[in-house]
Ligand binder design. Structure first.
Ligand code: 26W
Length: 821
């Protein structure tokens, strides 16, 4: 079936080998005789890259020629991970490459492992953007991603003496997947002033003058679809000093150092990804990044539209722009500025075009994550944009007043400008007002935004402006690539790999739940995957873990709301319990390996304390001869996409245990279930929809519900609360120094005992422990466990990003796939 797609693939391994050797000898100027795994990686990547380029060019030509409506996905983060394995699988030529590499004396796994992750993102939001690109290409949508080409991605995490240490991630050394487009540049203006001009007819216009110019240079990354020739484009902008006369003058005047420092200042803009996840810090450089990227992208989009000579009114029929959270909200203001100040459109006409173009996706309800920019900062950096924001606000508030006369409180509540000191621009409100659709990322989350943070806007616009599009994951990377054996087993039962492009076909494996041989193979694959992870753990931590033990995994960014502290307190509880048991009692226990991974934002003290505690508990438990294999606690350093590809397929149970109402969706929950792992979780985010799909008997739910969280917090505040007694024992043990210096963990304990337990760790502790006991019991009934695993996977069809992208296309973008012969 691949034949029809392989026009530019490799027909035979010899063809691949030839291209490989050519690149080693010419592009890399090396000899085959001193070709190591790294060089082999480059040779393979370059051979595949050549093939991608051809389809990429054709795709772009096709899209230009047919001139259908295009989608532009604006995201400050694209957490792409590795590209080579994905390219080989999507092009359908991995086996050819494997054979060719073998002939030449290489193992494809070793070659693939040489690649450095492209880690241009923090967590869920960035990885979602990457999965979207994969699905948009696979479904043949004419779609571009726009982002920043950070020189440093998310930092590399090392654990030293149990503490997180951050190492810069310099990843660009030689990246074969990007194409610099030195001919595609945009001059981006900052600072200066907005100058008013009135012509003879009394028409007032504004012009943004002065300030400084930084150049944006495009770098393009090809995005191959799976089983299609469509190869879309991800355009990342890099900042550079503008090569104007200004520098030259300085240079000639002998101000060499100052010329160089100007250059460095310009390059700083795209230097580093902000490592905060769910915390807004309001730094000027971040605002500069946002404007730089929005302005360059919009210039590019508008330039492409103008080439078609269409009327401006047609812009929203040709262009859909999706805002991945509020980070690109300035694009709304920038388009209005282009249309009014540069293209001379009337305000109302322009605004209609703007609103028709944009859609806004919200990814969080946490108040500390909602972006606000100080008015003085905005005025200094982007004087004309601030004026436009004030005008947008004025016209909006006038409309609101017409609809709800005399409600001054309402006006203050929904104003884009918060009347604080200093005044602040509320970016989420600006994004809502400037978009035709606003969506949340799971049902509960979309309901919550409508009833809490955006309630007033639902009143003003009516409910239709707000919608839900539940997140998903790409089954290509998160099943086929990460878990090839499981993918193959499924394909053997379904008669092919069609489920990879129509994930609902997975329901076909439900027929085989009772098939003994199938179950056996299913279980064997899980064990193999666990052995692979056990090897990784041995290699990186030195600890030996038993692959027949229950692997309990929590990997995600470290955050109090995600409650890794609940997990580690539960582990301590288990440890204390085992210690108090007789050898006879211990024999009945289910051995467990508790596996953690995730980065803490460098400035997030509490998150770092949690990492420290996990590591200290590991040191004590793993070296306690009483415990042996019954409990191991592992912290996997530097969790990232390529590590996830090893960890996800190896879990028996994974933890998605956020305080109800705080995790917008979660996407790793979907990855784990799709790989045959069961999950323990709260009624939060997409856990709820996963439960609906796989049924309640296949998931371990616990804890308070979102609707009760506010009340519980209130009660804590005004009546205090009684600490759960088992949790109290855990705290006693920490305070007695069981895990080293107790002072190190005092603030973490106090956040619960003395500061209101905002995340309800104590309230949920009992229910968590009881549910974990149920997990132990059920794991002992291996046959039933495997049946649950199989029937869960069978019901995961809904969570493909292919479904997600079709929903966006239909209900928000109004775009059609481009038909490819
Ligand atoms: C301004 C600082 C900042 C940076 C990143 C604030 C907020 C963010 C992101 C929106 C945080 C994030 O990644 N949110 C996650 O988005 C995923 C994809 O929709 C969801 O699955 C996660 O539940 C949500 O936490």
């Amino acid at each position: 079936t691949w034949k029809k797609y392989s026009a530019t693939g490799f027909e035979h391994k010899e063809e691949f080998e030839q291209e490989f050797v050519r690149h080693i000898e010419t592009t890399l100027a090396r000899s085959l005789y001193n070709c190591d795994d790294l060089a082999a990686y480059y040779g393979t990547a370059l051979a595949f890259r050549d093939r991608l380029i051809i389809e990429w060019n054709k795709t772009q030509q096709r899209q230009t020629l047919l001139d259908q409506k295009r989608v532009y996905y604006l995201s400050l983060e694209f957490l792409m991970g590795r590209a080579l394995d994905n390219a080989m699988l999507n092009v359908g030529k991995k086996d050819t490459a494997r054979e060719g590499l073998e002939d030449l004396g290489f193992r494809i796994e070793d070659v693939v492992n040489q690649e450095h992750d492209a880690a241009l993102g923090n967590g869920g939001l960035g990885r979602l953007a990457a999965c979207f690109l994969d699905s948009m290409a696979t479904l043949n949508y004419p779609a571009w991603g726009y982002g920043l080409r950070y020189r440093y991605g998310i930092f590399k995490q090392e654990i030293v003496d149990g503490y997180q240490v951050e190492i810069p991630d310099y990843w660009l050394d030689f990246n074969p997947w990007e194409f610099p487009r030195h001919d595609i540049t945009v001059d981006i203006q900052f600072y200066g002033q907005s100058v008013r001009h009135e012509d003879e007819d009394g028409r007032v216009t504004y012009n943004w003058q002065g300030g400084e110019i930084v150049q944006a240079v495009a770098y393009d990354v090809p995005i191959p679809g799976y089983g299609t020739t469509t190869t879309n484009n991800l355009r990342l902008w890099s900042s550079k000093a503008s090569s104007g006369e200004f520098d030259f003058q300085k240079f000639n005047a002998g101000e060499y150092e100052s010329a160089v420092s100007d250059q460095q200042r310009a390059e700083t803009i795209s230097a580093v990804l902000y490592p905060n996840d769910n915390l807004d810090r309001g730094k000027e450089l971040r605002l500069k990044q946002q404007y730089f990227w929005c302005a360059a992208s919009l210039y590019d989009i508008v330039r492409r539209f103008k080439k078609t000579n269409r009327a401006w009114l047609e812009f929203p029929d040709q262009v859909a722009i999706q805002l991945n959270d509020t980070h690109p909200t300035l694009a709304i203001v920038e388009l209005q500025r282009i249309l009014v100040d540069q293209e001379g459109l009337e305000w109302d006409e322009a605004w209609k075009i703007v609103v028709g173009t944009f859609g806004y996706t919200n990814h969080t309800v946490l108040p500390e994550a909602l972006e606000k920019w100080s008015v003085p900062l905005m005025e200094h950096l982007l004087p004309r944009h601030l004026q436009i924001i004030y005008d947008i606000n004025l016209f909006f508030l006038q409309d609101v007043e017409k609809k709800f006369p005399d409600d001054r409180d309402l006006l203050a509540r929904v104003s884009i400008i918060e009347e604080s000191r200093p005044k602040m621009v509320r970016m989420a409100y600006l994004a809502i007002i400037g978009s035709h659709k606003v969506n949340g990322v799971a049902e509960l989350h979309s309901d919550l935004i409508k009833t809490t943070i955006f309630k007033d806007f639902v009143n003003i616009y009516g409910p239709d402006k707000f919608t839900n599009v539940t997140n998903g994951i790409t089954p290509r990377r998160w099943l086929h690539q990460a878990n090839p054996r499981l993918s193959k087993l499924i394909a053997s039962k379904l008669g092919g790999y069609d489920f990879l492009t129509d994930l609902t076909l997975l329901d076909g494996i439900e027929h085989f739940v009772d098939d003994k041989e199938f179950r056996k193979e299913w279980a064997e694959i899980k064990t193999e995957n666990k052995k692979r992870l056990a090897k990784h753990i041995k290699d990186t931590t030195g600890y030996t873990v038993n692959p027949t033990a229950l692997f309990d995994v929590q990997v995600k960014r470290i955050h109090e709301y995600k409650r890794q502290q609940l997990n580690i307190f539960g582990v301590i509880h288990r440890y204390l319990k085992i210690k108090s048991m007789t050898p006879e009692e211990r024999k009945k226990l289910v051995p467990r390996v508790s596996i953690f991974g995730g980065k803490a934002a460098p400035g997030y003290w509490m998150a770092k304390t949690i990492i420290h505690l996990i590591n200290k508990v590991g040191q004590v438990v793993n070296n306690d001869s009483d415990i042996g294999d019954l409990l191991k606690v592992i912290f996997i350093e530097d969790y990232n996409v390529s590590k996830a590809e090893i960890i996800v397929p190896a879990s028996d149970i994974s933890e998605h245990i956020s305080t109800a109402g705080t995790e917008a969706s979660g996407t790793s929950n979907m990855k784990f279930v799709l790989n045959g792992g069961l999950i323990i979780g709260t009624c939060d985010g997409a856990n709820i929809e996963i439960t609906r799909e796989i049924t309640e008997s296949n998931i371990f739910l616990f804890g308070n519900l979102a609707e009760d969280v506010e009340n519980l917090r209130e009660t804590h505040r005004y009546k205090g609360f009684t600490l759960d007694e088992d949790l109290a024992k855990v705290f006693e043990s920490i305070r007695s120094g069981t895990f080293g210096d107790a002072n190190a963990f005092e603030s973490l304990i106090a956040s619960i005992t003395d500061h209101g337990d905002y995340y309800l760790v104590s309230d949920d502790f009992k229910s968590y422990i009881q549910t974990q006991e149920l997990v132990d019991e059920d794991f002992q009934k291996q046959d039933e466990w495997i049946a649950k695993s199989i029937s869960s996977v069978a019901r995961m069809g809904f969570f493909s990003t292919d479904r997600v992208i079709d929903e966006y296309a239909e209900s928000i973008w109004n775009v059609e796939p481009l038909v490819v012969e």
